[in-house]
Design a protein around this ligand. Sequence first.
Ligand code: SF4
Ligand code: SF4
Length: 228
Amino acid sequence: MTELAGTIKNMKKKYREIFLKSVDVIRSRVEEIKPSDAEGDIFDTFDKNSAGESWQAAVLDMFENDISHEIYRKWREILAYRNNFHCKGCATCCNLACSEFSPDELKLKAENGDKFASQFTSIFIPYKSDKEAEKVYPEYLKLLSDTIDEKVYFYHCPKLNECKRCSDYESRPQICRDFPDNPLSILPESCGFYEWRQEVEPVALMLHSMMEIIDYYRQKIPYKKELS
Ligand code: SF4
Ligand code: SF4
């Protein structure tokens, strides 16, 4: 098992544990606001204007105006904390950028106004083949092929010089300055944000799990707010 594969395996295990804790937290908050005269489960179908239906409405309201705001605030704090760390210019992320989208798909998205796709395609060019990308970071490609069924496309930046350093580092685009903007990205140990990611990972996983659970509740609760 490679070190990188170990990191992901460990994260999946951690995520499962955190997810189960978050299920309990959300469930108890849902139960806390259950009206005393409501009977049944939050996912039941209740009569119109019944106590059960008001409970479902209150739960959806709590998700929208309370828990979602808490998640958003904590996520902003994680991103603000990132400012204490700095890029070391190792160029790993310039050598091997991954996307679930093919070059043609990214081009189309950019033409349709997707800002990220537009910036991405203005910087990165695709590797001619997976074999070529594999030479750059063999461990990562092996891990992806072992763990992900979906196709992943690999890109690199032509601004890298012969020493594999950015030839225009001081004027690098915003998308390069912002990377990594997700604390759950898999980063090499050489990355200046590696420690940031390690420190905030438990909270980021908890927030991610809460978002997944809330989405599940939203889909499964039969009551739907009437649009005014
Ligand atoms: S512009 Fe520079 S920092 Fe940005 S991806 Fe290219 S080489 Fe890396
Ligand atoms: S963001 Fe991280 S991986 Fe990318 S060049 Fe900077 S230190 Fe290296």
